[in-house]
Design a protein around this ligand. Structure first.
Ligand SMILES: NC(=O)c1ccc[n+]([C@@H]2O[C@H](COP(=O)([O-])OP(=O)(O)OC[C@H]3O[C@@H](n4cnc5c(N)ncnc54)[C@H](OP(=O)(O)O)[C@@H]3O)[C@@H](O)[C@H]2O)c1
Length: 298
């Protein structure tokens, strides 16, 4: 079924994947970039923008966020404004206008102390400001009265933006050895696989009014991997003969602490929305095709 969807965000990894995949699927997708809806706008500006959207939307997807995990430590006000205050206002508008709302959240709401995949209703305990601000956003959506899906994802990347994959490929151009942390475990998620999963859930959610507001986990599947393991898989797939040295997180200090283990259990999402999630290895292959398409277009 063809959907009418509005996406807040135009330039981010997920927003671009949603716009591309939405149009491929024949949906009508309205993109609200920062010029139209800055998440630091006042409540009345945000409300007016949402109220001006066409009626009969099947979903409003919030794909924009303050995503600078380390930057959030020194700019907490901005992180909370963008990741919690604005989503709260948007969710209340959705409740009033009866628009199904999709809020994208993060594995960083967890403290990473677990050793089995996190379930959506497991206790949260973010280690940094970014995770805490996203968690506040989740809670605000749950309290808003909107019919909403809160979809947590992890380690998002594509083949073209500034992210772990493209950083590794850039670093490989200037050396033959690289140190990458080996004690943070998760699941890398290709933005287009996430976008397809979100669009499927939007479709099912709009068709089945009995599905209640809830939290789900949506990542690529496959055996969890460390950042160093992911780097090795990238170089192997590209045939790049660079040596990856495994290092502990303590040898790579960052402003924000990251969860050591942030694997999310996606079973409830896959069952509820009848959408099997591809392994991260398939995501990596698809993302690398993007980088190759780009270099052959140069
Ligand atoms: N990246 C990850 O590893 C990861 C992991 C787990 C969850 N997530 C979540 O997944 C979602 C998508 O992340 P992503 O990786 O696609 O993000 P991204 O590539 O960093 O893009 C962030 C987007 O948010 C926009 N934005 C930032 N501040 C804004 C503001 N004040 N007003 C309006 N727009 C603003 C940016 O616009 P400009 O281009 O104009 O700055 C950009 O389009 C987010 O909710 C994020 O929290 C991401």
């Amino acid at each position: 079924m063809s959907l009418r969807i509005a996406v807040i965000g135009k330039t981010g990894q997920l927003a671009r994947a949603l716009l591309y995949e939405g149009e491929e699927l024949g949906h009508e997708v309205i993109a609200l970039g920062r010029d139209t809806l800055d998440l630091t706008f006042t409540a009345s500006q945000i409300e007016a923008t949402i109220a001006a959207l066409p009626s009969g939307l099947d979903a409003l997807i919030l794909a924009a966020a303050y995503t600078n995990v380390d930057g959030a430590e020194t700019k907490p006000d901005l992180a909370y404004t963008v990741n919690a205050t604005a989503p709260a206002i948007i969710a209340r508008c959705c409740a009033k206008l009866d628009i199904p709302f999709i809020y994208i959240s993060t594995d960083y709401v967890f403290d990473g102390e677990a050793d089995i995949p996190y379930q959506p209703d497991d206790d949260t305990d973010p280690l940094g400001v970014y995770g805490a601000s996203k968690l506040d956003g989740e809670l605000a959506v749950l309290e808003s009265g909107a019919r909403a899906l809160i979809l947590r994802t992890s380690w998002l990347y594509d083949g073209v933006s500034r992210n772990f994959l493209t950083t590794m490929l850039d670093l490989a151009k200037s050396g033959n050895q690289i140190s990458v942390v080996d004690d943070q475990i998760g699941r890398p998620t290709f933005s287009h696989h996430l976008a397809l999963a979100i669009l499927k859930s939007a479709n099912v959610f709009s068709q089945q009014p009995d599905i209640e507001t809830s939290i789900y986990h949506v990542t690529n599947g496959g055996e969890p991997v460390s950042w160093a393991g992911f780097a090795k898989a990238i170089f192997k797939a590209k045939g790049i003969g660079i040596k990856v040295d495994d290092i502990p997180t303590s040898d790579y200090p960052t402003a924000a602490e990251r969860p050591a283990y942030s694997v999310l259990d996606t079973d409830s999402f896959e069952r509820r929305f009848q959408h099997p999630l591809p392994d991260w290895q398939a995501g990596l292959r698809a993302a690398l095709e993007m980088t190759e398409d780009l270099s052959s277009a140069d």
